[in-house]
Design a protein around this ligand. Structure first.
Ligand SMILES: *Cc1c(COP(=O)(O)O)cnc(C)c1O
Length: 393
């Protein structure tokens, strides 16, 4: 172990010296993106743990540990009523697994107010004949009265929506929609891919039957794994619904998990090691401490960017703490801004869809030190000032 790990040890030593801005090979870029993220040294190490066989007890133990930690991450009180399954595949795999497995011939409503809501709709259209959609503008709040009217009128059996609509940064009201789902006896499915690990998600209070998450966003591990956490009773009921996909059958994942603590097909084992470590990191820190830490970083970035005269797409009170969506100032093009930042090893996102060329997005969920956040703000200031000067000359 010691012999093979020396190269890595060097990387990790430098990583923990957080003031170092001459990035090491592993930290070539500072990822101010909402995933992928810069991972912690021990997550990087975890990926090259032992070679194990996923049909042996080693893997059973690993999966059990991950499942237990996932239920802790969601701070579930009655853990015996909930289960979690892990899927090899990005967040969309978990979403597609839920949406293809839980609907049958019933009526599903997708509530959409952005890119990821639309994606849920497209996934549902592929699998479910009776797909309804209620669209609000991108970045616009969900009108709960409209939702209620719609579900009454169309006899909706299942609602699916996004918690944190990553395309705008808007945090959607899952508690309120959850109450509606309770009142009308509707199965409630939530895409929590970009909020899990960053925001409190109370499955019990919000009446959520299934929600999805991903390894590579606020959970702070590598991309490639996703998960579904849900009510045990609802997982059981899937047995009677004919599967619409073989590979992503949610019941099959559940069945394998609860009978033999394995996955139906070959799992990406090294990524499971990494996910376990990243969950352990969160639990060590404390779930709410982690949430607070992410929120604080977002605040530092937001205060810094406001000082530079930048304006945000949505009201700060409605934002998730994962990222900030910022209007591109008129004196610079977003592509050029990204390129200038990239030269300083900083990666940001640009807007998609209706937000293309209008906004950029700054994430704050990975291993980014306060020094690195300050470095980002200083670099951004320098770039913007240069362009602003040019414009006024
Ligand atoms: C990232 C993300 C997904 C999953 O996207 P992948 O391309 O599969 O990684 C789903 N929903 C939301 C809200 C997301 O932010």
């Amino acid at each position: 172990m010691v012999k093979i790990a020396t190269g890595l040890d060097i990387g990790i030593d430098v990583l923990s010296g957080t003031s170092d801005l001459n990035h090491t090979k592993s930290k070539k870029y500072l990822l101010f993106t909402p995933g992928p993220v810069n991972v912690k040294g021990n997550v990087r190490m975890a990926i090259c743990k032992e070679d194990i066989c996923h049909r042996e007890q080693d893997f059973d133990v690993l999966l059990q540990s991950i499942e237990k930690k996932l239920l802790q991450l969601f701070e579930i009180k009655n853990t015996s009523n909930y289960r979690a399954v892990v899927i090899t595949g990005s967040g969309t795999a978990a979403n597609e697994s839920m949406i293809s497995s839980a609907v049958g011939n019933k009526n599903i409503l997708i509530i959409s107010n952005g890119e990821f809501g639309e994606r849920l709709f497209h996934v549902s259209e592929v699998h479910n004949k009776n797909t309804f959609v209620l669209k609000f503008g991108w970045g616009k709040k969900i009108d709960l009265e409209k939702v209620e009217t719609f579900i009454k009128k169309n006899k909706i059996d299942i609602i699916a929506m996004v918690h944190h609509e990553t395309s705008s940064g808007l945090l959607n009201p899952i508690e309120e929609v959850g109450m509606l789902s309770k009142t009308y006896n509707i199965l409630f499915i939530v895409d929590c891919v970009s909020s899990s690990g960053a925001e409190p998600i109370d499955l019990e209070k919000c009446n959520i039957s299934f929600c999805s998450g991903s390894s590579s966003k606020a959970i702070c591990s590598y991309p490639g794994l996703s998960f579904v956490v849900g009510k045990k009773q609802e997982f059981e009921k899937l047995k009677d619904i004919q599967a619409k996909t073989m590979y992503l059958s949610l019941y099959k994942f559940y069945h394998f998990t609860h009978t033999i603590s394995q996955t139906p097909n070959t799992p990406a084992v090294p990524l499971f090691f990494a996910l376990e470590q990243s969950l352990e990191n969160i639990l060590q820190e404390g779930v709410s401490n982690r949430h607070r830490d992410i929120f604080n970083r977002a605040n530092i970035l937001r205060m810094g960017m406001k000082k530079l005269g930048l304006k945000f797409l949505i009201d700060e009170n409605d934002m998730c703490s994962v990222l900030t969506t910022v209007y591109v100032p008129e004196y610079i093009e977003v592509g050029i801004l990204r390129q200038k930042l990239r030269k300083k090893n900083i990666i940001i996102y640009e807007g998609k869809g209706v937000f293309k060329d209008k906004v950029f997005q700054v994430g704050n969920i990975g291993e980014l030190s306060l020094t690195e956040i300050q470095f980002f703000l200083d670099t951004l200031q320098e770039i913007l000032q240069n362009f602003n000067k040019k414009l006024s000359n």
